[in-house]
Write a protein that binds this ligand. Structure first.
Ligand SMILES: NC(=O)c1ccc[n+]([C@@H]2O[C@H](COP(=O)([O-])OP(=O)(O)OC[C@H]3O[C@@H](n4cnc5c(N)ncnc54)[C@H](OP(=O)(O)O)[C@@H]3O)[C@@H](O)[C@H]2O)c1
Length: 344
């Protein structure tokens, strides 16, 4: 699917983008792989790991998703787009709402228009559990972005660009993640880790799993779906105890502005449009033109309607990680996490 194809990744220098790049360059032979982001230093550092000399398909393209003309230039001849660029820090978005709106919603509009104008075949936009029943500005902008990408299938018309969304929870080991934060404190010799609330739970996915899910859905999408992988949950306290080992304690420091106690990937009211597959849930758009019968099958598998009162929440998710599973997942996540797990 990705061999001899041209792919553009907005936010390609971020945690997800680098992981996707590694996967695409290792397993496929893309004709062109364009990394689009703003900061030349991040591109410079990434080019030391993935050099265009070694990977002639790679292009490092400076651009801002707020700049539609630049996106159109970047998308010339592109087959597939993965839209990962975003402002994603909850407190920063709360304090700088218009900046977050410009990047996450204005950026979505520009990516949609440029994709249609350039004849891109498929686009997947990354979403987050914070977009489901949002209580903070970051989540609200991602929900607006999700809605724009689903509706973009109207704009593109039949035979035009297809747009779908992938939504998942906390990515272990991504920049700014709780794993990175706890590890920094442990490295500094802190013996008591801060926990916002002992009851807090989160969904949990590794970068590798997130990347694989996006690639699988890119291959299977019809356009208009919101895909949610089945992933485990964990208690933040269990994570702190697993990372800290037997000699570490923790203290409650209180929930931060805009934070939820538990996350939701699939709200109650979306259950009526949701099908369950072995590895994921698919929320279908509520459009008249959406031929449900045609879309009940993905990659040969027929989806089953979920119960009408179904919700996918981090605290009621039956799949909970044990300490051992947490440690082994940490080991698979990234080299830093592997080193961390090796000393436990
Ligand atoms: N990390 C998680 O736990 C998590 C969970 C669920 C969903 N997601 C979603 O997954 C996506 C990727 O997250 P991530 O963890 O890879 O984020 P990240 O590490 O913070 O990377 C963000 C990327 O976006 C680029 N970017 C930011 N603003 C931009 C703009 N205006 N124009 C162009 N590029 C811009 C950044 O580079 P420059 O600063 O150089 O432009 C960087 O390459 C986001 O959409 C996020 O909402 C993340």
């Amino acid at each position: 699917m990705f061999d001899d194809r041209s792919i553009l990744v907005t936010g390609g220098t971020g945690s997800f983008g680098r992981s996707l790049t590694r996967e695409l360059l290792t397993r496929y032979e893309p004709r062109r792989l364009v990394i689009l982001s703003r900061d030349e230093q991040k591109q410079y550092r990434m080019a030391q790991e993935f050099s265009p000399d070694e990977h002639p398909a790679l292009r490092y393209f400076i651009g801002d998703v707020r700049d539609g003309d630049r996106l159109r230039r970047a998308m010339d001849g592109i087959d597939y787009v993965v839209h990962a660029a975003a402002m994603k820090h909850v407190p920063i978005a709360e304090y700088n709402p218009f900046e977050c709106i410009r990047t996450n919603i204005g950026g979505a509009e520009n990516v949609i228009n440029a994709s249609i104008d350039c004849g891109v075949k498929r686009v997947i936009a990354l979403s987050t559990d914070k977009a489901a029943n949002p209580i903070n500005l970051y989540g609200a902008t991602k929900l607006a972005s999700d809605k724009c990408f689903v509706a973009a299938n109207h704009l593109a018309g039949p035979g035009g660009t297809r747009f779908s969304v992938v939504r998942y929870g906390n990515v272990m080991g991504s920049s700014g993640s709780v794993v990175e934060y706890f590890q920094k404190l442990l490295d500094e010799g802190v013996r008591e880790l801060p926990i916002t609330d002992a009851r807090m739970t989160r969904f949990w996915i590794t970068l590798k799993e997130g990347v694989q899910f996006v690639l699988d859905r890119m291959a299977a999408m019809s356009g208009g779906e919101l895909f949610i992988p089945k992933i485990p949950s964990m208690r933040i306290v269990d994570l702190a105890e697993a990372m800290g080992g037997p000699h570490i304690t923790w203290k409650e420091v209180g929930i931060r502005p805009g934070e939820k106690l538990h996350e939701v990937l699939l709200p109650y009211d979306e259950a009526r449009n949701t099908l369950e597959f072995a590895s994921h849930y698919t929320v279908h758009p509520a459009f008249n033109w959406w031929k449900r019968e045609d879309h009940q099958v993905e990659s040969g598998e027929r989806g089953r309607a979920v119960q009408r009162d179904f919700q996918y929440r981090s605290n009621t998710n039956p799949w909970k990680l044990t300490r051992e599973e947490l440690l082994s997942t940490l080991a698979e996540g990234s080299p830093a996490e592997a080193a961390l797990a090796a000393v436990r």
